[in-house]
Ligand binder design. Structure first.
Ligand code: ADP
Length: 482
């Protein structure tokens, strides 16, 4: 993976540099060719101009006079060129250089130079003149007037001057390219680095996440190119999701472990007690009939408790797994409530409690499962009775907005405020010791909460220690169509 990232950097760098080198080289070649052409062209124009000027000075005469010789000598010195004057037969009759050995010689006419001159045409060509080591650019023009041509004028200028200028330009272009490449290399290195560096970070973070460190995130600066910043953000979002899933899995696992530990505890307590009593009975340690009867009835109670625990557990598991389906119909809640109080009448009386029903007429129906609603109320009223002695258990039904509010209150022991949130937890009991007798499973309210939820309602509890407790259920009222 490491080499992959490095090779990305190298590939980006080489790729960009290759493009720039090719680009710069092409630009350099184009500049040097066009500048060379331009300079040569300029030189030719200049020399043609010079030849035309010489003819302008000497065309009044058809012979080379002393004055003409002086003039071309001065012009030659001034311009740094060699100027020859030819007669019509092609002989060199004068030169800007007085010691010129070519004066009197016949122009080598292999190239039909004289034909062009006599027909009034200009010529430009490179000439290799013996004795002159340097190649010359030569401009040849007719000497004379439009009506009569007396001969030709040749202006020679060494090509070397032009070549030096072109070479200088090429050198400047080359240096410009090299400096450009150095700057571009630095910029390209930075650019490649700014792309490959964050990718490297992603790679490292991904490796850490793969090893289980879900808290790993990639840092990034706003300088990071947009697409890469988006990639880093998405990566962090993905890591966050992993983290959430992992935490959820951990807490689920924790809850599962707690659940199993609680079940084991709840089962072990009655089973251990029953085992002890059975052993005592079996070993004949309990002799009198009355004690035996007492032991049997304790064991019966324990069996009942176990039955109750298993029933509650099955209910809760099914509810949590959404395996319970409700038979939803329009239900008259006050009727269900009355039925529950009737069923518990004796138990309530046993504890010296009074019942106070505040059920107005014309209570609207709600959509619900009457059996499950009965289970909810039964649980709450049973709890109210369990924790109240010689007190009042009351119920009230009223309408608030489009909800039916069902309250069940008692004047019993109450629940400490710090435990109020926990009463909905599975197996939670405020005081385990106190509840030893006639104890519950600690699952009742968890089941109630699930059942209320299935009715699209909500339940809350308010309590004051020593004064009593009120449970409030809010059921949505769905208007019947008829
Ligand atoms: P249990 O089956 O043990 O009653 P619940 O889930 O119904 O379990 O209740 C959880 C705990 O909440 C109870 O053990 C009890 O401590 C407390 N509790 C519930 N209802 C009342 C109440 N009306 N008055 C006082 N405490 C209550």
């Amino acid at each position: 993976m490491k080499s992959l990232n490095r090779s990305l950097f190298r590939r980006l760098l080489i790729g960009y540099l290759f493009i720039f080198i090719v680009g710069f080289s092409l630009i350099g070649i184009v500049i040097s060719i066009s500048s060379s052409n331009y300079i040569t062209d300029q030189k030719r124009q200049e020399m043609l101009q010079q030849a035309a000027s010489i003819n302008g000075i000497i065309h009044h005469s058809n012979v080379v006079t002393e004055e003409i010789e002086n003039t071309i000598e001065q012009l030659g010195q001034y311009s740094g060129s060699t100027i020859w004057i030819l007669d019509r037969s092609g002989h060199i009759v004068a030169s800007s250089s007085r010691q010129d050995l070519f004066v009197g010689e016949l122009m080598n006419d292999d190239d039909d130079i004289m034909d062009d001159i006599l027909e009034g045409r200009n010529r430009i060509q490179v000439m290799n003149i013996e004795e002159e080591e340097r190649p010359m650019l030569s401009v040849i023009t007719p000497w004379g007037t439009n009506e009569e041509i007396y001969g030709g004028i040749i202006v020679h200028s060494p090509i070397g001057g032009i070549n030096t200028t072109v070479r200088n330009i090429r050198e400047i272009v080359l240096w410009a390219i090299i400096s450009g490449l150095v700057i571009v290399s630095i910029l390209v290195s930075y650019l490649s680095w700014s792309i490959s560096k964050p990718l490297k970070k992603v790679e490292e973070a991904a490796n850490e996440i793969a090893l289980g460190n879900y808290n790993k995130r990639v840092e990034y600066h706003e300088k990071v190119p947009d697409e890469i910043a988006e990639l880093l953000k998405s990566f962090n979002r993905m890591a966050e999701k992993f983290n959430e899933i992992e935490n959820e899995r951990d807490s689920l696992e924790e809850r599962r472990q707690d659940f199993i530990a609680n079940i084991s505890h709840e089962l072990r307590t009655p089973l251990t007690a029953m085992k002890g009593f059975l052993e005592a009975l079996q070993d004949g340690l309990v002799k009198d009939k009355e004690s035996q009867q007492k032991y049997y009835s304790i064991m019966y109670r324990e069996t009942e408790y176990l039955n109750h625990l298993v029933d509650d557990l099955m209910d809760l598991i099914k509810l949590e797994k959404r395996e319970i389906s409700l038979d939803m119909y329009y239900v008259q809640v006050d009727e269900v409530m009355k039925k529950v109080f009737l069923n518990l009448e004796n138990v309530i009386k046993e504890k010296g409690n009074e019942v106070d029903l505040n059920l107005p007429n014309n209570i609207p129906m709600i959509v619900g499962d009457s059996v499950r609603l009965e289970q909810i109320f039964m649980n709450l009223i049973h709890n109210a009775n369990k924790f109240t002695k010689n007190g009042i258990i009351s119920t009230e039904i009223k309408i608030e907005d489009s909800n039916l509010i069902v309250s069940i209150s008692d004047t019993g022991t109450g629940i400490p405020s710090y435990d109020l949130d926990r009463i909905w937890d599975r197996f939670f009991k405020v005081d385990r010791q106190r509840e030893k007798k006639g104890r519950g499973t600690g699952l009742g309210l968890a089941i109630v909460k699930e059942l209320v939820g299935l009715h699209k309602g909500s339940i809350t509890a308010e309590s004051e220690l020593g004064k009593g407790t009120t449970f409030k259920i809010r059921f949505p009222i769905i208007q019947s169509k008829n």
